[in-house]
Design a protein around this ligand. Structure first.
Ligand SMILES: [Zn+2]
Length: 216
């Protein structure tokens, strides 16, 4: 079975929705999608999402060499390419700076999987990667390792990264991780202890995640 692929249009649409949904501001964050020919469509560096067009997107090969486009690809391209190189079942990666998720990233604390849909869509808790500098290959390797069995991971002192079969689903994962971080933060603010899901539910639903991921 081949890898899931997507279109440049889907990458652009997810980029604009990411801004509209408040998951990034300004020109922060970036999105990638695997194309039919095996290359990768990336959002460009330093272009506002409001005015971004298909012409601004950049196509690179899996090693990062520009194949098409007149812009520079996002400076975080290694983060995207390391995930897409390693996992053939993944077709899109999103990086954003969602506020509540980033609060957990500052604390180097995972977002716990205490809501059923988190386990189904993200595979379990959202782990926090070891700190590595922005835009480095080392950061890409850390992220790729963390996403072996997860749909989202935190970048220490930085933000959130998610993956899925296409940009729309990767954006859904980002919104879910962000919403969960906000809910967990709020529950803690209530002073109430968070009751974990039954272990069997966690195990069974993690199995569902694996099945969906392997059968995009
Ligand atoms: Zn960033």
């Amino acid at each position: 079975m081949g890898s899931p692929t997507t279109s440049r249009e889907a990458v652009l649409e997810a980029a604009k929705k990411m801004l509209a949904d408040g998951l990034v501001e300004g020109t922060a964050g970036n999105i990638s999608g695997r194309l039919d020919d095996g290359n990768v469509c990336l959002t460009p560096s330093s272009v506002a999402y409001e005015t971004m067009t298909l012409d601004d997107l950049v196509v690179v090969d899996l090693e990062g060499a520009v194949v098409d486009g007149h812009r520079s690809p996002t400076t975080e391209k290694d983060l995207h390419l390391s995930v897409l190189r390693r996992y053939s079942e993944i077709g899109a990666v999103i990086h954003c700076h969602a506020v509540h998720a980033t609060m957990f990233a500052l604390a180097h604390e995972p977002i716990p999987a205490v809501i059923e849909e988190v386990v189904v869509y993200l595979g379990g808790e959202v782990p926090c990667c070891a700190y590595r500098g922005t835009g480095t290959r080392d950061l890409g390797e850390e992220v790729a390792a963390a996403l072996a069995d997860r749909g989202a991971a935190l970048l220490a002192n930085h933000g959130l990264v998610t993956c899925a079969s296409n940009p729309e689903k990767a954006l859904h994962n980002a919104a879910l991780a962000e919403r969960t971080a906000q809910i967990v933060w709020g529950t803690r603010a209530m002073g109430a202890p968070i009751v974990p899901l039954p272990e069997k539910v966690n195990t069974d639903m993690a199995g569902v995640y694996r099945f969906i991921r392997d059968n995009p």
